[in-house]
Design a protein around this ligand. Structure first.
Ligand SMILES: *Cc1c(COP(=O)(O)O)cnc(C)c1O
Length: 378
């Protein structure tokens, strides 16, 4: 691909005219819809403690996701920590080095040791064939993300867990609205956790949820998110404050009705990127068959770290800000007791870039980003 010749003052005018293009941008509902719900909060004067809107959102999410229990919490990170706590895990947890830092920090924060199993170079999810050899008498669970909302090999993971009597927690922070084999991806594992952070497909600003079909576990998690209080005066076990406020729930109630149409818009944008970039040597992670994606991210794998870094700089110069999701790998975290080696994840992480991807991004921007990428690689 020959380099595009830009007019001499192109950068100057371009920076004046184009606003900053970030990696993601939340698709906010009309503010009037939010204010209407806020008025109700003012009338009831209940701001939190599983109020009217939190209950309504919990019920609606349960239906939307087709799950038995969906317990709202204040973040995806606390959803992970509560899951580890509620399952009484101690010792080692097998996890993936290729994720957002919260997947690992939740394990360490709860006093357990993460054991990293390398990823599959095609899917970027944990490679199930490497799990068994890392299992020891201390291993208690497998906690892995569905990276970019692409399903892990849930069948193999659950089979191994069953054989060795391990719990399975899926960090489904990326996987809201994803269907696998006709059902919601969050139906797999002992627990699936969700994040409703502003950057996710469904968001409440800050927030999250714990999904499970186990009645006892659901009751325990509900109590634990509320200081471990059973009734007003009885505390039965240690808890924390991880409740979702009414203001957050109100935002969620306005965002939820638009999720399906947003996913459709994102699918169209992904197809546009696909078309612009199809002549390049960029690779994309493989997605298992029978998956209905949510198109949260648009990850591409560069031929080398060098081409990625050059392209990133060129894009930044044009006020365009993709992100290196996820770099560096989590096995390199400075607070780990021992360093572990994950060559595949380290290689992929050094070459992967998530392109700006919101449902507001327009055709000229997609074209411009694609052209800039083509300067460096062909
Ligand atoms: C966003 C995210 C989290 C953390 O969720 P918060 O709601 O921000 O606490 C955890 N895991 C993954 C994979 C994420 O992307």
């Amino acid at each position: 691909m020959s380099r595009i010749v830009l007019p001499i003052n192109y950068h100057y005018f371009n920076n004046m005219r184009t606003p900053k293009i970030p990696i993601l941008r939340p698709s906010l509902p009309p503010i009037e819809e939010y204010m209407k719900l806020v008025e109700g909060i003012w009338e009831r004067k209940q701001l939190t403690n599983n109020g009217t809107l939190a209950k309504e959102l919990g019920a609606k999410l349960k239906k939307f996701l087709g799950v038995k229990h969906c317990i709202l919490v204040s973040s995806g990170t606390l959803a992970l920590q509560l899951s580890i706590k509620a399952l009484d895990l101690q010792g080692e947890i097998i996890t993936s080095p290729f994720s957002f830092v919260a997947t690992s920090s939740a394990i360490v924060w709860e006093g357990l040791d993460p054991v990293y199993v390398d990823i599959d170079p095609q899917t970027f999810n944990i490679d199930p064939s490497l799990i068994e050899s890392t299992i020891t008498s201390k291993t208690k669970a497998i906690l892995v993300p569905h990276i970019y909302g692409h399903p892990c090999n849930v069948e193999k993971i659950q089979k191994i867990a069953k054989k060795y009597n391990l719990k399975v927690i899926f960090d489904a922070a990326h996987a809201f609205g994803v269907k696998y084999q006709g059902k919601s991806l969050v139906n797999f594992g002992d627990i699936s956790t969700l994040s409703f952070h502003a950057t996710k497909i469904f968001f409440t600003g800050e927030g999250g949820a714990i999904v499970t079909s186990n009645d006892k576990l659901a009751a325990r998690v509900s109590k634990m998110r509320d200081f471990g209080i059973q009734d007003c005066e009885v505390v039965t076990e240690i808890g924390i404050n991880a409740k979702m406020s009414e203001l957050h729930a109100a935002l969620g109630l306005c965002v939820l009705p638009n999720v399906k149409s947003n996913i459709k818009k994102r699918k169209i944008i992904a197809a546009k990127y696909d078309k612009e970039l199809k002549t390049t040597s960029l690779k994309k992670p493989q997605i298992p068959p029978k998956t209905n994606q949510n198109y949260l991210y648009y990850p591409v794998l560069f031929p080398s770290q060098k081409t990625l870094e050059k392209t990133l700089k060129n894009l930044n110069d044009e006020n365009i800000f993709p992100r290196r999701y996820f770099f560096p790998t989590l096995n390199k975290l400075p607070y780990l007791k021992k360093k572990q080696h994950c060559p595949v994840a380290e290689d992929i992480a050094s070459k992967v870039l998530c392109l700006p991807f919101s449902n507001e991004i327009n055709d000229p921007t997609i074209k411009k980003i694609s052209e800039i990428i083509k300067w460096e690689i062909s």
